[in-house]
Write a protein that binds this ligand. Structure first.
Ligand code: TGC
Ligand code: FAD
Length: 392
């Protein structure tokens, strides 16, 4: 892989909208990605191995629980800082951002929001430091876009619950110490349960043969009569709104993260186009290449404005789930289109691992699918503006 020469585009002087703290947090994450992610990520992706060496660094830059209060080990930052950290990490690789998203928004957030004080004290500091890694089990083999149909279930056995079922496509599952699992009780009501590695009947086989998100470990969660202590049920929320509330936070992070992947593709294509000579001049001098580059920076700038405004609304507690859906959908689609265009600017070189673009492009195929597909987010906007659900 070529040396990381990344220079972040800021066409509309958006830095002026950031506080000194935002810039400090972002620059620390940017520096870490250049130093500790860029040199190893291509090989990890080629070998389809999650690089465990990055866990410590992710914890140090505050990527595990950026907005969780410091008393529980989090970084106590605002939503824009959280977004900026996700942007910088995904500039390196979507799989690395996935690891951070799951840990923060899908494991720490539900424990913080729906957990007991004992659960918060027991798990959050260890998750923030990376001593414990977590995963989030919502999707099932037969219930992806429609998680409300889940069949994973638990029964009250007096002094414990008995959990049965299976989850599929679970980021971090092969190495996670704990899983936040969503399952139905005997009345069919959805609850969150904390399942710990080592519990009898609980296994986490890895999913292989992925062409996307190869530096992130994905797997199953299988529950075969797993005895869950009663104190492991998240007591303060039930219903599908529980997991969907976590998804709001993760989708917000993805709306920012996708900008990072797009920036990296744009920056690489811009630099390459100024250096690559064909027909006696840099290809950057041809109108067709300028059109690609000009459209890329336009779309990145629009996405940055959307994410920043959403961050302000989140900080004020005013962002709606539908607004978050719009930003996730738009920004991931924008990044995927830019990756495809940027790949073309590099010609044949664009398909190699010497550059990050093809890896970003393949990763973004997962990002446009998980946390709600491109279609599902469109339907969420459709419902919001018409008041009529079109899911079924
Ligand atoms: P619906 O009847 O609309 O809603 C059920 C209940 O949930 C409430 N609700 C929400 N609450 C909080 N936040 C949201 N975003 C919410 N959306 C809905 C709603 O008010 C209702 O509450 P209540 O109290 O009345 O029961 O539900 P539905 O069954 O019609 O489904 C709606 C739909 C399709 C939008 C939803 O199920 C959906 O978003 N599907 C997509 C599934 C998805 O995103 N899965 C993600 C799995 S996790 C993942 O991908 C991690 S990737 C990790 C990584 O590596 O980064
Ligand atoms: P389906 O729901 O079967 O959808 C297939 C197609 O049908 C899609 O194009 C979809 O848009 C379309 N479709 C579905 N319903 C409708 C409708 N009503 N109207 C119109 N079109 C529709 N899940 C977790 O719980 N935890 C994780 O950590 C996690 N990590 C993941 C990591 C990776 C790498 C991937 C790829 C997925 C991960 N997921 C995770 C699962 C992810 O959330 C699901 O894949 C996603 O929600 C879509 O579900 P599905 O794959 O079953 O597709």
């Amino acid at each position: 892989m070529k040396p990381d020469l990344f220079q972040a585009p800021d066409y509309y002087n958006l830095d002026d909208l950031l506080t000194e703290e935002h810039k400090m947090v972002r620059d620390a994450a940017r520096e870490w990605v250049k130093r500790d992610v860029s040199p190893i990520i291509e090989e990890a992706a080629q070998e389809a191995k999650f690089p465990k060496s990055i866990i410590k660094g992710l914890a140090e830059i505050g990527a595990f629980g950026p907005y969780i209060p410091e008393e529980y080990g989090g970084a106590g930052l605002d939503q824009i800082s959280y977004g900026l950290i996700m942007q910088e990490i995904e500039r390196g690789d979507s799989g690395v951002r996935s690891t951070a998203s799951v840990q923060s928004s899908l494991v720490m957030y539900p424990i913080f929001k729906y957990g007991s004080e004992e659960q918060k004290k027991k798990y959050l500091p260890k998750l923030a430091s990376g001593e414990f890694m977590g995963c989030f089990g919502l999707t099932e083999p037969d219930h992806g876009s429609n998680p409300g149909g889940m069949v994973t279930n638990f029964k009250d056995k007096g002094d414990h619950y008995l959990l049965n079922g299976a989850k599929l496509w679970i980021s971090n599952s092969p190495f996670a110490d704990i899983a936040v699992v969503w399952a139905k009780n005997e009345e069919g009501r959805i609850h969150g349960l904390i399942v710990e590695r080592g519990m009898e009947g609980f296994s986490t086989p890895e999913t292989h043969n992925k062409w996307s998100l190869r530096a992130s470990a994905t797997g199953e969660l299988i529950f075969d009569n797993v005895k869950i202590p009663k104190e492991n049920l998240l007591p303060n929320k039930s219903g599908l709104g529980g997991p969907l509330g976590c998804l709001d936070s993760a989708r917000f992070g993805i709306a920012w993260g996708a900008i990072g992947a797009a920036m990296d593709c744009y920056d690489t294509a811009l630099r390459y186009s100024k250096e690559r000579i064909q027909f006696g001049k840099p290809i950057a001098g041809f109108q067709l290449q300028q059109k690609k580059l000009a459209e890329m920076i336009t779309e990145i700038t629009k996405a940055q404005l959307l994410a920043w405004r959403l961050g302000v609304l989140r900080n004020e507690g005013k962002a709606t789930s539908a607004q978050i859906s719009m930003a996730k959908r738009n920004n991931v689609d924008m990044a995927l289109k830019i990756a495809r265009e940027a790949r073309q600017v590099l010609g044949a070189m664009g398909i190699t691992g010497d550059y990050s673009i093809m890896r970003h492009m393949m990763n973004l195929e997962s990002v446009i699918t998980y946390e709600g597909t491109h279609d599902i987010h469109l339907l969420i906007t459709g419902l919001d503006i018409t008041g009529i659900p079109a899911f079924s």
